[in-house]
Design a protein around this ligand. Structure first.
Ligand SMILES: NC(=O)c1ccc[n+]([C@@H]2O[C@H](COP(=O)([O-])OP(=O)(O)OC[C@H]3O[C@@H](n4cnc5c(N)ncnc54)[C@H](O)[C@@H]3O)[C@@H](O)[C@H]2O)c1
Ligand SMILES: [Zn+2]
Ligand SMILES: [Zn+2]
Length: 414
């Protein structure tokens, strides 16, 4: 009897313990879900780096982020990095109508809340914002010939590098959402067509790089140039975009990859990612396309310009084999024209441009996250600095002075 009494009191105790555990878990869960819901539907006040005017340091401010409207998703940004296109808007194009703005388009975060009609995302999902959306319904999205989408902000107000709408205000002023994303903010609101859900196992402080630079360079080699096994390639400019292009050429099976940069510090990383040769144009007293032609018996099969300089775009074109070379413009500028003699193309060269590496936004980023998790593409090698959003001006300076490949900033705790 004693034994049975002991067993039943053990059961009673474990039932009691279990039920008290359940009730405390239950209350913890309701606190968590109450926490999730606490901000849903309300304006969030949070910190963001506001670029008030061109060519000035950005300022960490408290901004108001409106709740997501129909088809929109509000995202807590966890990590972000600086791409040269952020610097282009801040320091080069300096289009006054594009300010004040919150820069940043290479980021990753967690869905905080969703607007009406959103079924693809739920609070808690890990996501990457897309500067190039994919609505999956327009004639562009339905065509395999392009990764553009007819609903993209780029088709409306290209010069201010932002869409017409914004959910941000600061000190009573409306603030643009740069490239529709604005990842230099603790929270942002984006239409669901410009967000992609990613594998929950993905580390956000690494895969944030897939929001722009790495997909751009890698895809420019693989999707746009369509580099072939056994071919020769030349990559001009070895920032994250160019280094990712080197990685793409290698993945496509190129036998010779010539990496070109005026900064000799870039040589080592280029070799780690697959370059077979490094050329510094400053070491030569003849045009770089003549140097490349001399190294390759007339020119490379594929060349990629990843600088954003029209002179280099011409050099890249002329470095490709006259009879069949394919040259791809990846670097961004909207400030200068290019002119060439038609014969450079008539004899057989193809000149192409590549936006976001030819990847369709949602599909491409999710595919590249998977490739990273399967160790088929590298990201860690691109991260030279880890910082916080407070150090944003230091990160911009590093980029401006070519002292980093990518500086990843923690924006919010996960
Ligand atoms: N097409 C797209 O979708 C897309 C997307 C992202 C970035 N971009 C553009 O790609 C370019 C590269 O971006 P990033 O973030 O890698 O920039 P980055 O500043 O990190 O790298 C640029 C590299 O080019 C080198 N360089 C400068 N002048 C050169 C010259 N004359 N010859 C050879 N190398 C030279 C620099 O030393 C540097 O290493 C930028 O123009 C950026 O705006 C385009
Ligand atoms: Zn579309
Ligand atoms: Zn970019």
């Amino acid at each position: 009897m004693d034994g049975i009494a002991r067993i039943s009191s053990f059961f009673l105790l474990s039932v009691l313990l279990q039920s008290s555990l359940n009730s405390s878990l239950g209350s913890a869960q309701s606190i968590i879900s109450a926490g999730k819901m606490a901000t849903a539907g309300k304006v969030i006040k949070c910190r963001a780096a506001v670029a008030w005017e061109p060519d000035q340091p950005v300022v960490i401010e408290e901004i108001e982020v409106a709740p997501p409207q129909a088809s929109e998703v509000r995202i807590k940004i966890v990590a972000t990095s600086v791409c040269h296109s952020d610097l282009y808007h801040l320091l080069q194009s300096m289009h006054k109508d594009g300010f004040p703005t919150v820069l940043g388009h290479e980021g990753a975060g967690i869905v905080e809340s969703v607007g009406s009609g959103v079924t693809e995302f739920q609070p808690g999902d890990k996501v990457i914002p897309l500067f190039l959306c994919q609505c999956k319904e327009c004639r562009f999205c339905k065509s395999p010939r392009t990764n553009q989408c007819e609903r993209a902000w780029t088709r409306v107000r290209q010069e201010i590098m932002a869409g017409v709408e914004s959910r941000f205000t600061c000190k009573g002023k409306r603030v643009h959402q740069f490239m529709g994303t604005s990842t230099f903010s603790e929270y942002t609101v984006i239409n669901q067509i410009a967000v992609t859900k990613i594998d929950p196992a993905a580390p956000l402080d690494k895969v944030c790089l897939l929001g722009c630079g790495i997909c751009t360079g890698y895809g420019a080699a693989v999707n746009t140039a369509k580099v072939e096994p056994g071919s020769t390639c030349a990559v001009f400019g070895l920032g994250a975009v160019g280094l990712a292009a080197v990685m793409g050429c290698k993945a496509a099976g190129a036998k010779r990859i010539i990496a070109i940069d005026i900064n000799p510090d870039k040589a080592e990383k280029a070799k780690v990612l697959g370059a077979t040769d490094f050329v510094n144009p400053k070491d030569h007293n003849k045009p770089i396309h003549e140097v490349i032609a001399g190294m390759t018996n007339g020119g490379v099969d594929f060349s990629l310009e990843c600088v954003g300089n029209v002179e280099v775009m011409l050099s890249a074109l002329e470095s490709s084999m006259e009879a069949w070379g394919v040259s791809v413009i990846v670097g961004w500028t909207d400030m200068y024209d290019i002119s060439i003699r038609p014969r450079h193309l008539i004899c057989g060269r193809t000149w192409k441009g590549s936006m976001f590496g030819g990847f369709k936004g949602k599909d491409g980023v999710a595919e590249m996250v998977k490739a990273y998790l399967e160790k088929k593409v590298r990201l860690d090698e691109f991260i030279t600095h880890n910082m916080t959003l407070d150090q944003i001006n230091d990160a911009i300076e590093l980029m401006k002075n070519c002292k980093c490949i990518r500086a990843v900033m923690t924006v919010s705790p996960q």
